[in-house]
Design a binder for this molecule. Structure first.
Ligand SMILES: *[C@@H]1O[C@H](CO)[C@@H](O)[C@H](O)[C@H]1NC(C)=O
Ligand SMILES: *[C@@H]1O[C@H](CO)[C@@H](O)[C@H](O)[C@H]1NC(C)=O
Length: 232
């Protein structure tokens, strides 16, 4: 993976107030709270605090990602900008929940729509990086069937390409280049779809990546929608 640093720079600036010690190589993981259990599905207001604990990097229970479909984002009481920007996406709950850990940095001032775009892209990058890591771990895991591991090899290639595309996408945001951002995020979606399709072509194989792939695609869709709100 090209580890050039626009994403890192952006994170360093955005999260420089974070006090937890971390090497620059771990900057992404330092912006989220330490591992917390995935929240249970909830529709009541009192339970929602679990979502603020949700660690987007935590794929330990990757087959049971939280079902966000019943989440009422208004009840999370995020800032009006985040609420209205995310409400304009197809996956509003995913939009808000994925950036909750990053919103801690905006307690004192209101994020602008462009900040929401950067946070969503950053959350997507972190999740994609964690997904790549998960696929690599599954490949070497003895309990993974060999034919599944073979398909995962292809997924790893595509997740690596995904990270490069998302990194370039953050440069496009910095440059306000919406055309380039569009094509990079479309390429990112294609990277994810290639992995999903490889499993669809072998119906006897169950994809261990199905849930995370679906989540990545939703965040990609949200990034496109938010960028169109801002630039069009
Ligand atoms: C990507 O994931 C790896 C493995 O979990 C981690 O060591 C690395 O710090 C992550 N990189 C970024 C930029 O988040
Ligand atoms: C969503 O939450 C808000 C704020 O708590 C509440 O006013 C609203 O009625 C809820 N909407 C639904 C559909 O439950």
């Amino acid at each position: 993976m090209k580890n050039s640093s626009p994403m890192l720079c952006f994170s360093l600036v955005l999260f420089s107030l974070l006090s937890s010690p971390s090497s620059s190589a771990r900057i992404f993981s330092s912006v989220v709270p330490s591992a917390a259990p995935s929240p249970a599905v909830t529709t009541t207001e009192t339970d929602l605090s679990s979502f603020t604990q949700w660690n987007i990097l935590d794929l330990t229970d990757f087959k049971n990602l939280p079902d966000l479909s019943k989440l009422n984002i208004s009840s999370l009481h995020v800032s009006p900008t985040v609420d209205s920007v995310c409400s304009g996406t197809d996956y509003a709950a995913e939009c808000v929940v994925s950036i909750l850990p990053l919103l801690r940095n905006f307690r004192k001032f209101e994020p602008k729509p462009i900040d929401v775009l950067r946070m969503e892209l950053s959350a997507l990058y972190e999740k994609a990086n964690a997904t790549l890591d998960l696929a690599k771990r599954l490949i070497v895991d003895q309990s993974t069937p060999r034919d599944v591991a073979d398909v995962l090899d292809l997924c790893v290639e595509n997740y690596e390409s995904l990270l490069v595309d998302l990194n370039d996408a953050s440069v496009a945001v910095d440059n306000g280049d919406v055309g380039r951002l569009d094509s990079l995020v479309s390429a990112a979606i294609a990277d994810v779809v290639t992995c999903s399709d490889a499993f669809t072509e072998s119906p006897e194989l169950e994809s261990p990546m199905a849930n995370v792939d679906a989540f990545l695609k939703k965040l990609c869709s949200n990034v496109l929608a938010i960028s169109h709100m801002i630039y069009m």
